[in-house]
Structure formats: C-alpha cells, structure tokens
Design a binder for this molecule. Sequence first.
Ligand SMILES: O=c1ccn([C@@H]2O[C@H](COP(=O)(O)OP(=O)(O)O[C@H]3O[C@H](CO)[C@H](O)[C@H](O)[C@H]3O)[C@@H](O)[C@H]2O)c(=O)[nH]1
Length: 635
Amino acid sequence: MESAGENLGGLSIAGGWISSSPNLDKNLGILSAEEIALAKMLLDKGQKHLFDHWPEPGVDDTRKKNFLHQVARLNSSYPGGLVSYIQNARKLLSDSKAGKNPYDGFTPSVPSGEILTFGDEKFTLLEEAGVRESRKAAFVLVAGGLGERLGYKGIKLALPSETTTNRCFLQYYIESILALQEASCRTVQGHGEAEIPLVIMTSDDTHAPTLSLLESNYYFGMKSSQVKLLKQEKVACLNDNDARLALDPNDSYKMQTKPHGHGDVHTLLFSSGLLNLWHRADIRWVLFFQDTNGLLFKGIPASLGVSATRGYQVNSLAVPRKAKEAMGGIAQLTHTDGNTLFMIFRYKMVINVEYNQLGPLLRATGHADGDVNCETGFSPFPGNINQLILELEPYIQELSKTRGAIAEFVNPKYKDSSKTSFKSSTRLECMMQDYPKSLPASAKIGFTVVDKWLAYAPVKNNPEDASKVPKGNPYHSATSGEMAVYRANCLMLKKAGVLVADPIIDIFNGQEVEVWPRVTWSPKWASTFTDVIWKVGKGCSISQRSTLVINGQNIVLDGLRLDGTLVITANDQADVKVTGHVQNKGWTLEHVDYKDNSIPQEIRIRGFKIYKIEQLELNYMESGKFQFPEQEGAE
Ligand SMILES: O=c1ccn([C@@H]2O[C@H](COP(=O)(O)OP(=O)(O)O[C@H]3O[C@H](CO)[C@H](O)[C@H](O)[C@H]3O)[C@@H](O)[C@H]2O)c(=O)[nH]1
C-alpha cells in the first residue's frame, strides 16, 4: 500500500496535504488519480470532515468511490467547480451573517418600458411584428421545480391547463410554438420551413416523467429533434458559515444536495453549445418561460414585437402589480459610489427586485411609505412574471465572459441571533431573472407590460393555501388558473364583437372565482388577436352555461348563437363556417372537494369536475369548404 510521501498517478503527495486526514490517507491505495485529485481539492478547501468517518480500506470501498463520483459531478456542473462554489458560499454566508443588504447604496426608480393596451392599433402592429420574428426565436422552458407549494404528485407540465379539453401545459406550450412557427413562416415567402427549437430544463425530480410525457404523446406534434432536454444538477448543501459541505443524514457516503434554482438555465445553455448552434441558424431571440401559465402565449407575440422594434437586449414580460403583491417588481437601481476623491461613479441596472426586498429598499431610500400603489391604483413598478426575451447575440457575448454563472444568494435559517449555526443545511441559489445583473449600464434593458387577465395565471398553490389568500389577491391555484383561461378567451371574443354572457361568481375549494362560459381553442386557431377578429363574424353570442371547443385552423364563427356545448374539430384542409342556433343541455360544473381521494388529484385540486350531459360535435376531416348548418340545396 502507498502512503503519504509517495507519488500516486502523477499526483505528488509529498507536500503533506494528506496529513490532516489520516482516514483518507489510509484509503489512497483504493482511489484513482482523479479521485485523489478531487479529495485533495476538498481537503485544501477545508472539507476534511467529509472523510473523518472513512473506515480501513476493504470496508465500504465501492461507497467511498461512489462518493467521489458524486463529487466529480458536482464539480463539473458548477462554473469554476467546487472550489468556486465553496469560495462563493463563504463570501455570501459572511455577508448574510453581517446583515449586508445586496441593494445597499442603490436607489430604485421606475425604468422605461412599453405598456400595452390589449387590442389597440399599437398592440395589433406589435403582434404582427412578433409573429414575423417568431421563426427566429428559440424557446426555453424551465421545468426543474418540484412544485412543493402545489403538492401535485406528478410533474406540473402534465397538469391540464383546463379540463374542458384536458390539454396539459406542455401540450399547450408546444402547440402554441408550432402555431407561431406556421404563422411566422407564412409571413415570409420563400424562406422555407423554419423550425423553432424548444429546450426544456429538467432536474432529477422531473426529467424522466417529462421525457415520458413527450414520448407517449409523440411530442405533441413537434419533431422530436426540435426538442432538447437539459437536466440541471443540484448543488451541495452547506452546514455552517465556513461553507463546510453537508453529508446526507441518511447516507454518510453521499453529499447532501438541494436545487440551485432556475438560474441554472443560463449555465446549461452555455455549456450545451446550443447557443452557438442557434446563432449559426440565424436565430435572434431566446424566450424563457415557466411551467404553469395557461395564458402565457397570448402575451408573447406582442412582447416579442416590442423586443424587435425597440431593440431590447433584455425584455421582461410584466403585468400591473398591486403594492405588496407576492411578485417581484422590475426596477432601475442606480448606485452612487463616492469612494473616490476625483469622481463619482454611477452604476445602474434594470432588474427584478423580489417583493420582500422592494418595500425595505424603498423605505431606505426616502419613500417612507415603502411599497405602495400610485395614482393608477397599482405599484409604479411592473410585476415580473418571469418571461424573459433575450437577444441571442449579446447573450452569447455575455455568457462567454461569465460561462453562464448567475449572481447567487444564500438564505440560511439561523438557530439564533448569534448567526453562528443553521437550523438545517442551506445552499447557494440563483434565479434566471438575475441575468441582467452582470450586464453593463449601457445594455438596452426594458419591459413589456400586458394586462394580467391576458397573460398571467400560474398554478402554484395547493387548494388549502389558496383558500387562505386574502380576498382580492390572486389564488394562483389550479382553480384560478383554469378559470383565467376561460375568462381570457371570452374577453378576447367580446373585444372581437361576440356577445358573451357575463360571468357568475362561484366558490370552489374555498376560492371565490368568476365563472365565464368555457371557451377554449387550439393555438393554431388563433395566435394573435387579429386571428380572432378574422375568424369571428357578426352576430355571434354565447350564453353563460355554454362550452365552446374549437379544434382546427380554418374555422369561422359567423352568426353562431350558442346555448349549450359545441365541439368543432377540423383538419387543416377543411374550411368551416359555423352559423345558426345551437342549443342543448351542455356540460355543467360539479363541485368536488380537494380532500375527496376517490377523485383524481388533477381534478379535485380544482374543486370542480365537468359533467358532460349533451353536446353537438362537428367533425370535418376531409378537405373542402363546409358550412354548418348545411345550406338547403347544397350538394
Ligand atoms: O431549481 C429550480 C427551481 C425552479 N425551476 C422552475 O422555475 C420556474 C419558477 O419556479 P417557481 O414557480 O417556484 O417560482 P417562484 O414562484 O418562486 O418565482 C418566480 O416566478 C414568479 C412569477 O411566477 C416571479 O416572477 C418570481 O420573481 C420568480 O422567481 C418553474 O417553472 C420551475 O419549474 C427550475 O427549473 N429549477
């Protein structure tokens, strides 16, 4: 057996580095040169405790080697490796202990951006511009989160965005991207068939079920080569202020790990090499989005239009924010640094400030009332919905400097005010919206505000927590998420001239919501408001108890008076015009309780299930022109 002072696989151990860890020393003979190098790195960084319990060689050797394999993975998945991770952790933990505010010296102000009004001329023009640009876009969906607050046993992407059609979030997203792809290619003659790439960031918690959802549904119509899954790794947990790494309480040959946050997406995109590939394929925009927002794509064309016309390097999609609402505010932060005798440096950035930091920051900078509404009835700071549009070229340039590393933070829960020990291990975290933090002050960063009813209805909270949300605040539950889809579709139809009955108020799982007629359409029917206007003629009406399902591209409603349920399905070669009076018993909503385990979880978390009594189904699977009801005398 070799021992300290010898040469192992080219690694000189004569320097005595091993002397601090006799148990590791005894085991050097069972380790490869790479494993020894990793162990040395850990000892150098004050992590000797990780080996203190190692028994003699011959006992648990495979587990010891597996431990170092895990160390190798953690080392390679973090920019700069574990050495950087430990250094960054020490700095952030020491700042946290000292109570240092990351925004010290910064003054917030309202940045400049585009505030859109749904359906006006500017909105329509921007939507057109956005659709044109779409074929130069790549979409990135961050879906590595477990969704602990929602408490759903499956992945959130598999949840129905609404239960009238049971279209799940992933299907809605993919169909929306394909609809944009088709619409965009139609706007440019002779540019061939663009394929919009989709990247999904997964984690150990979500990877296998996401892949299986895609495969069992034939990628929802997208080519499998168009979709790429990038799995994020967790990061090592930290036991104390010296950033001593934590071992898994259930397995002393395993490092304890926790999620690093959605900011990992930048590192993964950088290391995957995809960005350069996209650049060579003439892609100009990268659109980031989250796992459960059934309205998201209604706001995308116009905001992409804003990026293109304003030349924004970073564009955050936002909605009007009520003061103190639990969503970050987009703010311009200006730092005045008077540390030099000769000049005053000003540094500014436009960034999301999380809601728990915005109030204190405002109060510390002369706004005695903190986070309050202005004369519009809303906070002057737009609410971040974490949908980012980045211009690819400057994004690549920036990531080449940072290797995709994003500003991190740490949030230890201290045992007491001495801040010397933690209640449980902590870890560094990062958020994708913090990307602009490293950009120079000259970077063109803006935001696009769209109506909340149009673009934001996430599903994050379980029924119990949602029912406790103070009245008037958003529930962000499966109930409110589904109702928001019907509401948005109805409001769009109304704006296009359809007489849509007013909603009724009902209570599901303790949440009071507006129930609009259940209107849904496949994304290919309408990607923009102009599409809706084109496909809706005069004299249409929809009663409150109605359900309308439109599945197909070329379906026009003209003088349709609906009182019941109508499901229209048509292939792309069928031109269908639907008119007349349709009346039947329709579909009703039945109350169910979220605690009723006899009902599937994806249904009971809504507090209702759809009871299908009677409907009219129209199917057009051949090419040609069709009208319902068929005209008398027509062949
Ligand atoms: O390690 C992680 C953690 C999360 N996610 C994904 O990131 C998205 C966002 O996660 P959460 O829904 O848990 O996000 P939060 O509610 O904590 O907050 C985020 O979304 C809000 C709006 O929905 C605000 O914009 C806020 O500023 C932003 O951080 C989800 O798609 C989730 O799957 C990952 O991919 N990996």
